[in-house]
Write a protein that binds this ligand. Structure first.
Ligand code: ACO
Length: 435
């Protein structure tokens, strides 16, 4: 990884210059290895929001934001979304290679035979108010798996790492569906292991014990694609949270619970919910006729409004996942006879205006995956407050693979950022009576 090139940092305050190695990856920008900076110059770097800082090395996912490229283990997302299903993608992301047919069969059977959760879990769910946000329940239930599988704390055991991975991807849909069923007062549906991963998830979400349920194959494939597109996205906020939390040596289930909590925020996984709510609000206030007015509000810095589902920290070109999601959106709406869905029409109108508007063009703001995934999920019958849970189910594979990659990295250390202190300097404490 080290190149023969070096970077030199010089200082105008008399501190001697420091030379740093430059590291190179397989693709992507080189990085300056500044680990010795504090030791040699007594200074830290300052980079809130990690705008120029690589927090780890990783061989899982690569994004070229300018090209609009996303690769899982080297494979373009456009090809994976067409040729593979979600479980193949999970296998690829965790193990590094696509499975052979035999490996796929074994893996599918392994995952599908771990879909049931401990019966005691239902009592944990019952402790919540019925109107709790399902992400609050999911964060709690995913963390509580550490209590059911205490051996997972042996984080350096390859067996424990692997079984935690299987348990996580197998049980997250079950837990998400339980959170949903609880919120609507319906009985939990036990997993059906003969179904596909996405089909079983739909069954646990939408079936009742009173009727036979057959997942619609077009909708099943759409849900599977949503899962593939959200499976990993290198060092995003929730993944970095999982790594930081996991770096203390905690159970992988606790680290993933931290990721779920982070994902919930509207600037991250909550964006598809926020996007759909935005579309509903525009529709309620006049629909297509009011699109222009809404766009003016979005461009006005004082309004605080943003065009949700637009913009991305890394993609400064089209988000490749957005194109695939737009395609899925059309397929699902056609299957359900909803081609004239007003929210889809509204989304298309907003997209067209934004792509031609100087404000968006200059700032390189393009639709991200969430711009369409909310419409697809709504059409699948998934309620808005479950959207982020679906994202969490998908991203679990990314989280657990990145966690494992960190644990086995010989350079692995507890994450401990430094700070620029701007508080008061030392001062004496006055006793209470003299304050
Ligand atoms: N609508 C209007 N203006 C925007 C938007 C938007 N959606 N996104 C960015 N801008 C503007 C900002 O106001 C800023 O303008 P300025 O330079 O005049 O001050 C400029 O574009 C740069 O924006 P930043 O917030 O600095 O960009 P950053 O990379 O920090 O933010 C983010 C990325 C958080 C995703 C942002 O684009 C946003 O809030 N988008 C809407 C929420 C969203 O869709 N999030 C989903 C992310 S994808 C995911 O998690 C799967």
């Amino acid at each position: 990884m080290t190149t023969e090139h070096k970077a030199t940092m010089s200082f105008s305050d008399g501190t001697p210059s420091v030379e740093f190695p430059i590291l190179t990856g397989t693709i992507g920008p080189d990085v300056i290895d500044i680990r010795k900076l504090y030791g040699q110059a007594g200074k830290f770097t300052y980079d809130t929001g990690f705008l120029s800082t690589a927090s780890c090395n990783s061989s899982i996912t690569y994004i070229d934001g300018d090209k609009g490229q996303l690769l899982y283990r080297g494979y373009p997302i456009e090809q994976l979304a067409v040729h593979c299903d979600f479980l193949e993608t999970c296998y690829l992301i965790y193990y590094g290679e696509l499975p052979t047919p035999a490996q796929y069969q074994d893996f599918q059977s392994l995952v599908m035979h771990h879909t049931m959760v401990h019966e005691q879990m239902q009592f944990a769910v019952r402790g919540f108010r019925r109107d709790s946000h399902p992400m609050a329940i999911l964060a709690s239930l995913s963390g509580s798996m550490a209590a059911f599988y205490p051996d997972s704390l042996d984080i350096n055991s390859p067996e424990q790492q692997d079984i935690s991975f299987v348990r996580l991807i197998a049980k997250m849909p079950t837990l998400a569906a339980m959170a949903y069923k609880y919120s609507i007062g319906q009985p939990y549906m036990y997993p059906q292991n003969h179904l596909s991963y996405a089909g079983n998830f739909m069954h646990m979400m939408f079936a009742t014990p009173c009727e036979k349920y057959e997942p619609n194959p077009v909708l099943e494939r759409a849900l599977d694609r949503i899962l593939i597109l959200h499976a990993d996205h290198e060092q995003n906020a929730s993944t970095s949270t999982v790594r930081l939390c996991g770096s203390s040596g905690t159970s992988p289930f606790s680290a993933i619970a931290a990721g779920v909590a982070c994902l919930w925020g509207p600037a991250h996984g909550g964006a598809n919910q926020a996007c759909l709510e935005m579309l509903e609000e525009i529709q309620a206030n006049g629909g297509l006729e009011k699109v222009g007015e809404f766009m003016e509000r979005v461009k006005d810095k004082n309004s605080g409004a943003r065009l949700m589902g637009f913009g991305h920290r890394v993609y400064k070109n089209f988000d490749p996942r957005a194109k695939l999601m737009q395609e899925t959106c059309r397929e699902v709406l056609a299957e359900l006879g909803l081609e004239n869905d007003p929210l889809f029409k509204l989304a298309m109108a907003l997209e067209k205006i934004a792509l031609e508007d100087d404000y968006f063009v200059q700032r390189k703001l393009y639709p991200n995956v969430d711009f369409y995934s909310g419409i697809v999920q709504r059409a699948l019958g998934i309620p808005v407050n479950m959207f982020t849970c679906i994202f969490a189910v998908a991203r679990t594979i990314g989280w657990v693979s990145q966690w494992k990659e960190m644990i086995v990295d010989p350079e692995y250390k507890i994450g401990r950022p430094r700070q620029l202190y701007t508080g008061l300097t030392e001062r004496p404490v006055k006793p209470l009576e003299s304050r």
